[in-house]
Ligand binder design. Structure first.
Ligand code: NDP
Ligand code: F7E
Length: 325
């Protein structure tokens, strides 16, 4: 039997590395798979010519696009040009050059920020393009919406099978713990850990603490990604809006940022005061995914926030030396 050749773009990132672990486990269990990867330093996905040469040489059967310019609320708000430009370029280059090289099947990752700021909760897939976006991450969201529309358009015109999963806020081993540019969960792990070590009396969290967020462990996300990729085309098509469009992936559980901070304080052993900094943006007040479509097809998250947080803190403790700067 000929191996199926899968290219994982972004295999050193949090999600890409989790997908790679799952694919390697499948291969080790006997599945006929050849997995291709390239580091960012070996292949810059913003460089269209380089992507073309790579796709033509490798001609993968399947592409998983988990490479992107990613960051939390502060990074999105501070570097909007980088977020829109790099993400548009990566999506255009990978999708177009995969198509030119004959790739029929592709899965790309979007984000829950594609939905309007005031979308009815929980947010269904058909809330897309029904209202204005949250200003802190509008440029990134526009790029992610373009990614969905690129896939839909190639499916419509060329009959390809390019699918899009829209994850809620993710966390887990391999996350970015940068003090300013990361997402809230890793940022708080780092801040509370350092405060506990220093026996600090206070930890400040950004914004009002009242926004709600839904968190999903990256291993659940990796599993959901492969689940969607493996779905029979007819079943997937029946459960998406049009042209094998996007599908939500969430845990179904939401928590306020203030409650999350209390959980992180407990896990890291911090017993001081938690205060808020209203000068920092709250971003969207609520963004709970409606995961009905995926649940009806048979997938649900399995890792609780408490277990996932404890595991991620352990990973952080053993990987502190690899802080990204
Ligand atoms: N983390 C989260 O909470 C969420 C993530 N997502 C989506 O999931 C996907 C994966 O995110 P995540 O794993 O968290 O992000 P990471 O930042 O951990 O990983 C992204 C990866 O993409 C690589 N990359 C970035 N730019 C380029 C480029 N020009 N050429 C080649 N490689 C590049 C990075 O390499 P390097 O580090 O060397 O630059 C990195 O390995 C993204 O599409 C993101 O939008 C969606 C919702 C929530
Ligand atoms: C996944 C998603 O991630 C981003 O959106 P976000 O959910 O708003 O991202 P966040 O994780 O950075 O913040 C969540 C909440 O938490 C609060 N908060 C408190 N204290 C810290 C803190 O120390 N750091 C951060 N980052 N936030 C903090 C913060 O003020 C906000 O209210 C998008 O830009 C976009 O990238 C996207 O799609």
């Amino acid at each position: 039997m000929v191996d199926k050749k899968i290219y994982v773009a972004g295999h050193r990132g949090m999600v890409g590395s989790a997908i790679l672990r799952k694919l390697e486990a499948r291969r080790n269990a006997g599945e006929a798979l050849t997995i291709i990867t390239r580091k960012h330093s070996e292949l810059d996905l913003i460089d269209q010519k380089a992507v073309r040469v790579f796709m033509e040489a490798e001609k993968p059967d399947v592409v998983i696009l988990a490479a992107a310019k990613v960051g939390g609320i502060h990074a999105n708000n501070t570097y909007p040009a980088e977020f829109i430009y790099q993400n548009l370029m990566i999506e255009c280059n990978v999708i177009q050059e995969a198509f030119s090289a004959g790739v029929r099947k592709l899965l790309q990752l979007g984000s829950s920020c594609i939905y309007p700021k005031e979308a009815p909760q929980p947010m269904r897939e058909d809330a897309l393009l029904t209202g204005i976006l949250e200003s802190t991450n509008e440029p990134y969201a526009i790029a992610k919406i373009a990614g969905i529309k690129l896939c839909e358009s190639y499916n419509r015109q060329y009959g390809t099978d390019y699918r899009s999963v829209m994850p809620t806020n993710l966390y887990g081993p391999g996350d970015n713990f940068h003090p300013q540019n990361s997402h809230v969960l890793p940022a708080l792990i780092r801040r509370f850990h350092e405060a506990a070590l220093e026996k600090a009396r206070e930890v400040v969290i950004w914004g009002s603490g009242t926004p709600m967020r839904e968190f999903l462990h990256v291993d659940d996300m990796a599993e959901a990604s492969l689940f969607v990729l493996d779905l029979d085309k007819d079943i997937y098509a029946r459960n998406t809006l049009t042209m094998l469009s996007h599908i939500n992936v969430g845990s179904g559980q939401e928590i306020s940022i203030a409650e999350l901070a209390k959980m992180v304080a407990e896990v890291t052993g911090f017993s001081g005061r938690i205060t808020t900094d209203p000068s920092k943006p709250d971003g969207t007040m609520r963004k709970l995914m409606d995961g009905t479509r995926l649940a009806e097809m048979g997938w649900r998250a399995s890792i609780s926030l408490k277990d996932g947080l404890e595991e991620t803190y352990k990973w952080f403790l053993t990987s502190e030396a690899s802080y990204r700067s």
